[in-house]
Design a protein around this ligand. Structure first.
Ligand code: T46
Length: 142
C-alpha cells in the first residue's frame, strides 16, 4: 500500500484487512510509515483529565495510532493549531519534529501506539514553548 498522507491533516489512512475471523492492519516502514522505525512504545491506563506530551522534538518523526479507545491530539506547527481525534485503529497521525503536541481526552480503554524514527534521547525534546517558537521560527525563517 502506498503512503497516502494528506499534508494538511497529516492523517495516514491504513488499510484494514478482514475476513470472517476478524480484522488485521499492517504497518511497514518506508511504505505505510514514512520512515525507518527505530522504536515502538504505547501509552495506556491514562487517568481522566490527564494531559501528556507538551513538547516538540529536534529530530524524531512519529506516527500515532489509537489501537483501542480514543484520545485527542493538539498539534501546533506555528502556522496553525489543529485538534485531531484518534478513535480508529485504521487512522494514523504523522507528527513531524516541529509539531508541538499535547495529548488529552484519553478514554479509559485508550491504547495509543507510537512508532518513532529515532531511539529515545531526552536531549531530543524541546519542552519549553518559548524555546520551541524561537528554534522553529529561526529554522523556518518566519
Ligand atoms: C511523544 C509523545 C507522543 C523512555 O525512557 N523511553 C521512551 O522511549 C519514552 C517515549 C519515554 N521514556 C520515559 C521518559 C519519561 O521518564 O518514559 C517517561 C514518560 O515519558 P514522557 O513524559 O515523555 O511521555 P509523554 O506521553 O509526555 O510523551 C511521549 C513521548 O515521550 C514523546 O516523544 O512525542 O509521547
Amino acid at each position: 500500500m502506498k503512503l497516502q498522507c494528506n499534508s494538511q491533516s497529516r492523517i495516514i489512512p491504513l488499510k484494514q484487512l478482514g475476513d470472517e475471523r476478524g480484522l488485521l492492519t499492517v504497518l511497514e516502514e518506508n511504505i505505510t510509515i514514512p520512515f525507518e522505525i527505530k522504536r515502538v512504545y504505547y501509552i495506556y491506563g491514562t487517568e481522566e483529565g490527564v494531559s501528556r506530551g507538551m513538547h516538540a522534538h529536534y529530530k524524531t518523526r512519529q506516527v500515532l495510532i489509537a489501537v483501542s479507545g480514543s484520545c485527542t491530539i493538539l498539534l501546533d506547527d506555528l502556522s496553525r493549531k489543529t485538534e485531531v481525534i484518534l478513535d480508529d485503529p485504521n487512522k494514523a497521525l504523522l507528527l513531524e519534529p516541529n509539531d508541538w503536541h499535547e495529548m488529552y481526552n484519553f478514554s479509559p480503554d485508550c491504547v495509543l501506539l507510537v512508532l518513532a524514527s529515532h531511539f529515545y534521547d531526552s536531549e531530543d525534546y524541546i519542552r519549553d514553548y518559548d524555546s520551541f517558537v524561537s528554534i522553529y521560527r529561526e529554522g523556518l525563517g518566519l
